[in-house]
Structure formats: structure tokens, C-alpha cells
Design a binder for this molecule. Structure first.
Ligand code: PMV
Length: 306
């Protein structure tokens, strides 16, 4: 018997960083996936293909420790989750597309499916947050929410998850070659807030209002109203200090081919997104990796094979 699962990556359209401090974010699941396979075994073990690594007999590759800690908690609650776990992922890592959350979500779903034959999404989300807290320190929770429930989500810490009704769309995602740390970027924004409290509060208030408007525009398919809100947020993220020369060059290239563009996720490197009709054309971006992705997808899925 074995359990299989998959969970989607996400793109934050607007609201990253502010969401950590209580603001709103609008995010969609995209068609890049992390997968997990689980089989019963008397020992808990975890292997990952990319980046390669393993946890066996108490020895753990550093990048797998948070996931292993999550599995230990899950086995304590669900003894039949004891097993051998294997991970693989088609999501670029540490670039702003929520790869750590998608991996944690798919692993939690595989563990619950192995133990109980079923993986209720609220439980998957709760366990995935264990790993996310270890990795990111102070995560808002938006990444595992989108990866677990799928679709388009309007999220804030106080208002929780609001699922939106959004038709299919395409985005261009343009990513640099080097990974960066979400925790370091989140800390740099916390430092900005400590030193310029009033400015930060004013930006966050405007952002939250604009994110609510962006959600309405996305639901009604009004990309023309979304574009200025995307551009406003790229300016705000630049003010917060999380853009970079590389990201600015991606944004400029996508803007010059007619898209509304901004960085996505924690910034400091990683990926930028481009939205608009021109996303269907031949996108230009001076980056190592350029992808066309589709949104929204379904959320996490799991299966049991006997
Ligand atoms: O870069 P990512 O995929 O880890 O996204 C981070 C989004 C932030 O808002 C910067 C952090 C968070 O916890 O919401």
C-alpha cells in the first residue's frame, strides 16, 4: 500500500510582505507541482530528489529538517503515518513561488492519506504550518493556504482565507538563477517598519485597500483595473527595499512588451510576474528561466494505492 499526493505552487499577485504585518494579499495557485509518495515502514525516513538529500536514522540534510520535524509531529498524532517518504518537485526553489509550502503541503497530505486513507485540507494546512514556521520564522500563512485549497485566495491574518471565484488565466513568470532567503527579506522589511513606522503603516493601509479592489477586478476578469494596482505594488516593494537590479530589469522587459509586471514573493532576487493580454504573445525577459503558467489550479490532492 502507498499514498501519493501533489500540491501546487503559488503566485502572490499583490500584497506580499504587508501580509506578514496584518495587511491583505491576493494569490493564485499555478500549474507547477510538488509531489510526495509514502509507504509504511517501521522507521521514519525522508528523501528528496531536488535538491537531493535524505533523513535516515536520526541524520538529516539541513533543508529537510523542518519537514522531518513536521512528520515527527504527525506520527505522534497518527501512528500509522510512520513510513518512508519521497519528495520531488517541478517548482523552482527559493524564488518566490512557494516551493517550501507546496512541498510541506504535499508531504502532510501523503502522511494523512497513509495514516487515515484521507487528507482533510484543514488538517493538511495546520501541519504544513509547522514546517513553514521553522523555515521562515514568521510566515503569514498565505503560501500554504493557496497550496492547500488552490484557486484564488484573498488572505489576511485577521480575516483568514477568502476563496474567490476566478476564471482561467495565464501569467508570465521570469526568474533569476540564484535562490534567496524569504526569512532574510521578511526581516529586512521588519527593520524598515521599525525605522519608519508611520510610512510603513500608510503603505500597508493603501495596499490592503488596493488588494481588495484587485480581488474584485480579478473576479470580474477586469485585467485593465488590475494593471495599475500591480504597478503600484512594484513601486511600494521597491520603497521597502526588496526589489533588486535584476528584478527591475525583468519588470522593465515585461512592461516594454505590454504586460503589467512586478516581483512576486519575498524579492531580493527570485521571480517577477507579468500579467495582461501580452502574456499570450512572445514574452521577453533577460532571465535564466522564463515560464508561462496557468491559474488557478485545484488544491492539494492525495490518493491511496493498495
Ligand atoms: O518568496 P516566498 O514564496 O517565500 O513568499 C513569501 C511571501 C511573504 O509575504 C514575503 C512572506 C509571507 O510569509 O507571507
Amino acid at each position: 500500500m502507498r499514498a501519493l499526493s501533489r500540491a501546487p505552487a503559488k503566485v502572490i499577485l499583490v500584497g506580499e510582505h504587508f501580509v506578514v504585518h496584518g495587511g491583505r494579499a491576493l494569490a493564485v495557485s499555478i500549474d507547477l507541482w510538488a509531489t510526495a509518495v509514502a509507504e509504511p515502514s517501521p522507521q521514519l525516513s525522508l528523501e528528496s530528489e531536488d535538491p537531493p538529500g535524505a533523513c535516515r536514522a536520526g541524520e538529516c540534510a539541513p533543508h529537510l529538517r523542518p519537514l522531518h520535524a513536521m512528520l515527527e509531529d504527525m506520527v505522534a498524532d497518527h501512528p500509522r503515518a510512520l513510513g518512508r517518504y519521497r519528495l520531488s518537485s517541478g517548482i523552482p526553489q527559493a524564488r518566490g513561488l512557494g516551493s517550501s509550502a507546496a512541498t510541506a503541503v504535499s508531504l502532510a497530505a501523503a502522511a494523512l492519506a497513509l495514516a487515515e486513507g484521507d487528507a482533510p485540507r484543514d488538517d493538511v494546512y495546520r501541519y504544513a504550518m509547522i514546517s513553514e514556521r521553522i523555515i521562515h520564522g514568521n510566515p503569514s500563512g498565505v503560501d500554504p493556504a493557496v497550496s492547500t485549497y488552490g484557486g484564488a485566495i484573498l488572505y489576511s491574518k485577521s480575516e483568514g482565507i477568502r476563496r474567490l471565484s476566478v476564471g482561467p488565466g495565464e501569467l508570465v513568470v521570469c526568474c533569476g538563477a540564484s535562490p534567496r532567503s524569504t526569512a532574510a527579506m521578511v526581516e529586512s522589511v521588519a527593520e524598515f517598519r521599525r525605522s519608519r513606522e508611520g510610512l510603513f503603516e500608510a503603505l500597508m493601509e493603501s495596499s490592503s485597500d488596493l488588494v481588495a479592489r484587485a480581488s474584485e477586478a480579478l473576479e470580474s476578469g477586469d485585467v485593465a483595473s488590475l494593471a495599475p494596482i500591480i504597478r503600484w505594488h512594484q513601486g511600494a516593494l521597491r520603497v521597502l527595499g526588496v526589489s533588486s537590479p535584476e528584478l527591475e530589469s525583468y519588470v522593465a522587459a515585461m512592461e516594454s512588451s505590454g504586460m503589467a509586471a512586478k516581483l512576486t514573493g519575498a524579492g531580493g532576487g527570485g521571480c517577477a510576474i507579468g500579467l495582461g493580454d501580452a502574456a499570450r504573445g512572445d514574452p521577453r525577459c533577460p532571465s535564466a528561466m522564463i515560464m508561462r503558467v496557468h491559474y488557478p489550479t485545484g488544491g492539494v490532492e492525495s490518493w491511496v494505492q493498495s
